[in-house]
Design a protein around this ligand. Structure first.
Ligand code: NAD
Ligand code: MG
Length: 393
């Protein structure tokens, strides 16, 4: 039977890798919705190629261009936030959540509400609203499958295991673009320098987050929210080769490691075919040629984001939403050359401190309205922290 699938963030790095897999057996799928932020040409080309029912462009100003590109086809063209949410309510069996940032949360929730399996690349959803997302899935009998490489690796290492036997989870980190830079140089790192990753080919925002380790910070929180294990059981280690994606340690001392080449089509494919495994077009590792695997303890002075993640994991409640929102605003400011590379962590830390003075960050966010309110407030506070910093310099 053909599976109905939708891809949110189809024009991005994860979206394109997902379409690469779908395109290898297009007869197996009915593509319901494809969405993009502003890249009309890519979105229209894919919507036509895959015969999507609807193509949604987030930027409303792009609607005339999208309509023109799809004229005469079977694909409906829509635009804007409401259209994005409407597309997420269209029945689908499997939905890829690959929008970047907290903007990916609401479409993911809508997909879960209609019972779809949600393949979750959008880690910001779990960081921002882990409780709400998992409760929504449970309430509607829907499933969330991890698509982050580390979390897919942990998920695979846990097949057939009892969570009670898990002692620790270790997610690896490449160390990002600056792992070999002297600490003094980091403050002056440019946007261009932060935008290239030694091992993975990804969207610009997650690439910069990898250089600052904010990506790993989000992933530590994601591990806590997805697998429900305590912060003390979650570790990270620098593994510059990105061949081991994660390890699970059990109470008998065994460590199960997941290895594979740095290619997201593995984690996407695992979620696409789960619970089966299918052939995937990823390279096979030649261990004799690799010869050695390297590890190094992360340096918290170099990566303050990891220290902040620990606090957020302990607090839970609204801390994740505040952390992610402040991080997104700080990254916007870095991209706009308003603040330096190391200032991003300072902005996030000061935003969390400011919010802690006016509310209890550990209070749970029960509803979507609560989550959106915290997301909004943290953005406003982060902007004021940034304005103060800009005035000082
Ligand atoms: P990307 O920037 O390449 O693509 C993001 C997609 O979201 C694009 O389609 C873009 O048009 C769309 N988009 C951006 N802002 C939007 C908005 N406000 N509203 C609607 N659509 C919007 O990013 P990516 O690297 O593909 O990452 C996507 C998600 O997957 C992120 O959450 C990222 O953390 C996660 N992820 C990515 C990788 C990777 O290898 N790229 C690995 C693990 C997890
Ligand atoms: Mg990852």
């Amino acid at each position: 039977m053909r599976r109905k699938i939708s891809i949110f963030g189809a024009t991005g790095s994860i979206g394109q890798s997902t379409l690469d897999l779908i395109g290898r057996a297009p007869e197996d799928y009915d593509v319901v919705a494809l969405t993009g932020g502003g890249n009309v040409a890519q979105l229209a080309a894919d919507a036509l190629k895959f015969g999507a029912d609807v193509a949604v462009i987030a930027d409303e100003a792009c609607l005339p261009e999208l309509r023109a590109a799809l004229a005469g086809s079977q694909t409906e063209a829509t635009a804007g936030q409401a259209a994005l949410l409407e597309a997420a309510t269209r029945p689908a069996d499997w939905v890829m959540s690959a929008i970047v940032g907290a903007a990916g949360l609401e479409p993911g929730l809508k997909a879960l509400e209609q019972g779809a399996t949600l393949a979750l690349a959008n880690k910001e959803s779990l960081v921002t609203a882990g409780k709400l997302l998992m409760e929504t899935a449970a309430k509607h009998g829907a499933r969330v499958l991890p698509v982050d490489s580390e979390h897919s690796a942990v998920f695979q290492a846990l097949v057939g295991e009892d969570m009670g036997a898990v002692e620790r989870v270790i997610i690896t980190a490449s160390g990002g673009a600056f792992r070999d830079w002297p600490l003094e140089r980091l403050a002056g790192a440019s946007v261009d320098e932060a935008s290239s990753h030694p091992n993975w080919d990804m969207g610009q925002r997650i690439t910069i987050d990898s250089a600052s380790m904010f990506n790993k910070a989000l992933e530590l929180i994601e591990t806590r929210e997805y697998f429900g294990i305590s912060p003390a059981q979650i570790e990270t280690i620098i593994h510059p080769q990105s061949l081991i994606h994660a390890l699970v340690g059990f109470r008998d001392g065994a460590l199960m490691a997941h290895l594979g080449p740095p290619d997201m089509r593995h984690a996407i494919g695992y979620a696409l075919y789960w619970p089966k495994r299918q052939d995937l077009p990823v390279a096979r590792l030649d261990l004799a040629q690799i010869a050695q695997l390297q590890f190094e303890a992360p340096d918290l002075a170099r990566f303050p984001a990891l220290r902040l993640a620990r606090d957020v994991m302990e607090m839970r409640g609204g801390a994740g939403a505040a952390f992610n929102a402040a991080k997104e605003v700080a990254l916007d400011a870095f991209l706009a050359r308003e603040i330096g590379f190391m200032d991003m962590a300072t902005v996030v830390e000061e935003t969390l401190a400011a919010l802690s003075k006016e509310l209890t960050l550990s209070n749970p966010l029960e509803t979507l309205a609560d989550v959106l309110a915290m997301n909004h407030l943290a953005r406003v506070r982060a902007r004021s922290v940034i304005s103060v910093r800009i005035k000082k310099t």
